[in-house]
Design a protein around this ligand. Structure first.
Ligand code: HEC
Length: 223
């Protein structure tokens, strides 16, 4: 069909006969056809070039398409059991599950730097604060609009919960809270946990935690 269309366009692109006119033509017909012919030839070549369909109709099997080649009728072969994509071998139990010997770990899998904490704060504010609140009190905007309220991070049970418990909740979800595994990678989950620890500290600090030089700036002053 494309060929036909191209043919019609090529005919249409041929130099037109001069219109009947009382005024004499300024260019001879021969001149016009000489001037226009190369252009028309290029247009035709381009259109006919588009008619080659070898790439579109090449023999190939689309994803999940049926095939008679294999006995089970599937075109793709199932991956060999135990196949792991390059760079995705997860042997580090602590880093990827938050467990140490099967129990929620108390330690972090890597040393937390200031940069990690800042990244954790950013990720927390993006993914968690909408429900858990910017300070972790469980009164985020979604909760104010009617979502079941999560517990505050500042209750004793969660202050004493091991770091691995928080990692596990982010990874697998908890009750009404869904999993964030697809949105937050394992390293960032640990950074969020570290930031939650910082939030817990911030809400439960004692005067003794504040450097002496800065105590004067607190409301009420230092004793
Ligand atoms: C859409 C709202 C929502 C978001 C977003 C959310 N949570 Fe939750 N979270 C909840 C609710 C609701 C609960 C209480 C679930 C229950 O007890 O059934 C909860 C519970 C928790 C708990 C307490 C588990 C326990 O032992 O009681 C932790 C820790 C937690 N969430 C961490 C996070 C972190 C970290 C993020 C961000 C990665 C996050 N949540 C994002 C709604 C949310």
């Amino acid at each position: 069909m494309l060929r036909n269309v191209a043919g019609i366009v090529c005919v249409a692109a041929r130099p037109l006969r001069p219109l009947r006119s009382s005024r004499p033509l300024r260019f001879s017909r021969r001149f016009l056809s000489r001037a226009l012919a190369p252009g028309a030839a290029v247009v035709c070549a381009l259109l006919l070039g588009a008619c080659r369909q070898d790439m579109q109709v090449q023999p190939k099997i689309l994803p999940l398409a049926e095939s008679q080649f294999f006995e089970d009728g599937r075109s793709a072969r199932p991956v060999v059991a135990g196949t792991v994509a390059r760079g995705q071998l997860r042997t580090d139990e602590l880093l990827f599950t938050g467990k140490s010997n099967g129990a929620d770990a108390v330690q972090f899998p890597f040393a937390i730097t200031r940069q990690d904490l800042e990244r954790g704060r950013e990720r927390y504010n993006i993914y968690c604060s909408l429900c858990h609140g910017a300070s972790g009190d469980g009164q985020g905007m979604i909760v104010q609009r009617g979502f079941p309220p999560p517990p505050s991070y500042h209750i004793d049970r969660l202050r004493q919960a091991p770091a691995g418990h928080f990692f596990d909740v982010i990874t697998n979800g908890y009750g009404t809270m869904f999993s964030y595994a697809s949105r937050v990678n394992p390293q960032d989950r640990w950074r969020i946990v570290a930031y939650i620890r910082a939030l817990q500290l911030s809400q439960n600090g004692a005067l003794a935690d504040v450097p002496v030089a800065e105590r004067q700036t607190l409301a009420g002053g230092a004793q």
